[in-house]
Ligand binder design. Structure first.
Ligand SMILES: C[S@@+](CC[C@H](N)C(=O)[O-])C[C@H]1O[C@@H](n2cnc3c(N)ncnc32)[C@H](O)[C@@H]1O
Length: 265
């Protein structure tokens, strides 16, 4: 399952934060700014301040370096609430590299995430069953393995106010964009919840509609003109242009999708 940590390379992004390239050269974040992407595409994308109540339950798909998780922690603990994160990650390597990072990647929030990751890797069974402390008043349940399988091993009552869907780009990796996996996520999203992803591919958006979610448009982050936000009805999402929505609905009504999603970071 795991390549050696050396084959994952740290790279500097233009906002001064670092990200990783996996052994196949796939980037964990856009080159313009890993931390900016975490803040703007994910934490702001789901409008973290409006999710949950005194606590926010987050599903973090593709934990990687934990930057998106750190952006969520900043948003939620920063306003005095608590975050409960279920993190799904296939590889140990990015987690180990995040822990071993010689300088904090972005800020104190990421430091708190790496401490929780370290506790999780020290006792993986505890991390899955009871979770480990995260930040001042939050908690992390980490599951290492293929998210398409581990999502089914979560307790049935585990539901989410927010989902970060951050696999590698669809043209580089298709597994976490599979319709069945998107359905499994949608089934665990509570009313009022939101999913954010950088992907804006029509095929993926049609799969979200088929999974029973409404779909909206997130604006530009760096060079990426748009991303996607989705949620159960009534979701009150930033709307897609009417023509794009019509075409998407037609596509979603097609019982035999023609192609896999295509998009890049
Ligand atoms: C784009 S990176 C995520 C970056 C991360 N969200 C962050 O904030 O640092 C994609 C991550 O998905 C993980 N991944 C790839 N396939 C997976 C799978 N089938 N199940 C779970 N994680 C997977 C990769 O190992 C990688 O860490």
């Amino acid at each position: 399952m795991n390549s050696t940590p050396e084959t994952w390379n740290r790279v500097l992004t233009q906002d001064g934060s670092r990200t990783l390239l996996d052994p196949e050269g796939r980037a964990c974040h856009a080159s313009e700014g890993a931390w900016d992407q975490a803040l703007l595409r994910y934490a702001a994308g789901v409008e973290m301040a409006k999710r949950g109540d005194t606590k926010v339950r987050l599903l973090d798909v593709g934990v990687g370096l934990g930057l998106n998780m750190a952006a969520a922690l900043a948003a939620v603990e920063g306003e005095g609430r608590s975050l409960e994160v279920t993190g799904l990650e296939l590889h140990l390597n990015p987690l180990q590299l995040a822990i071993a990072e010689p300088e904090p990647l972005a800020n104190p929030w990421h430091q708190k995430v790496t401490e929780a990751l370290e506790l999780s890797l020290a006792d993986p069974e505890l991390a899955e069953a009871e979770g480990v402390p995260l930040g001042e008043r939050s908690r992390l349940w980490l599951k290492v393995g293929d998210a398409r399988e581990t999502i089914y091993s979560l307790p049935p009552e585990r539901r989410f106010d927010a989902v970060f869907l951050d696999p590698f780009a669809p043209k580089e990796q298709s597994d976490l964009w599979e319709p069945n996996f998107l359905c499994a996520i949608a089934e665990r999203m509570d009313p009022g919840s939101r999913l954010a992803t950088y992907c804006a591919a029509s095929a993926m958006r049609a799969d979200l509609l088929r999974a029973g979610l409404l779909v909206g448009r997130l604006g530009r982050v760096g060079r990426k003109a748009e991303g996607t936000v989705a949620g159960p009805a009534p979701a009150n999402l930033p709307p897609l242009p009417p023509r794009a929505l019509r075409r998407l609905k037609q596509r979603a009504a097609d019982p035999a999708p023609k192609s896999a999603p295509e998009d890049s970071k």
